[in-house]
Design a protein around this ligand. Sequence first.
Ligand SMILES: Nc1nc2c(ncn2[C@@H]2O[C@H](COP(=O)(O)OP(=O)(O)OP(=O)(O)O)[C@@H](O)[C@H]2O)c(=O)[nH]1
Ligand SMILES: [Mg+2]
Length: 277
Amino acid sequence: MARTVWFPGHMAKGKRQLEALAKNIDLILEVRDARAPSLSSSPLLSIFAPKIKIWTILSKADLADPNITKMWTEHLNSKGLQTWPLDLRKGGLKQIRKELTEKKPTFRDLRMAVVGIPNVGKSMLINQLVGRKAALVGGIPGITKGVSWFRGEGFLLVDSPGILDPHTDARAHRIISWIGSTRGQVIGNWEEHAKECISFLIKRNLWQGVELAWGIKPEGTPAEILENVGRRLGKLLPGGIVDIDLSGKMFIDAFATGKLGKMSLEKPGDPPLWESL
Ligand SMILES: Nc1nc2c(ncn2[C@@H]2O[C@H](COP(=O)(O)OP(=O)(O)OP(=O)(O)O)[C@@H](O)[C@H]2O)c(=O)[nH]1
Ligand SMILES: [Mg+2]
């Protein structure tokens, strides 16, 4: 029987470790995925004192619709969260570094915690800020397993494991798997995930990227469309039958890594995404 959410032991441990050091933090860097900034917000912010300032990093901005990212940036800024949309692979953190220098206390380093759900780019942000490959980065969620400190010029940063809220609606966890932030296979099978994602994209008028990438039209049932994806990608079993499970995985992986074009799943003020599943 498939579990509905993914909350392995290292998340519970990471949360306890962060709670233990929360009172030593001057600034929180919360990393969210620019394609779904509300869905990908961290469930951990409540462990920090409310007076601690939060900066929001909208990572993977290169995979999101730039106009919608601009709307999010304005929206989050207006809520008092200083917001930075970034392609963390490229850098562009000069302004952040400058502002961090201005925030440094006189007699000690500035202490920051980097928090966020899995696979949003927390460790990559740390590497960009310290200017070297210090933290382990990887394309699957659950790479960072514990809390560790890194030193930059005038600041200390704590990296933490990606942590999900196990109490969030199971449908939210399914969408989180589309952006690569939970282990999809833990919460369902690839075929079902892909079919749900296909019907969501068609319903939301977000199919153009798939058509451009693979020349597949949004015609037929999600099952038929997924079969077309499998044929297009050559994912065939002996006898020419499409390997539907593998095709589903390929579809979700391509979506998560931006191969199906720039896509934003939600706008500020939208009802929770999972309600439309
Ligand atoms: N396209 C794109 N990819 C990014 C960006 N930031 C991170 N990535 C990719 O996202 C994946 C996850 O990056 P990590 O830094 O390991 O993410 P994390 O949040 O530390 O992940 P966990 O430790 O598993 O929670 C890697 O494959 C990165 O190359 C970005 O801004 N744009
Ligand atoms: Mg990490």
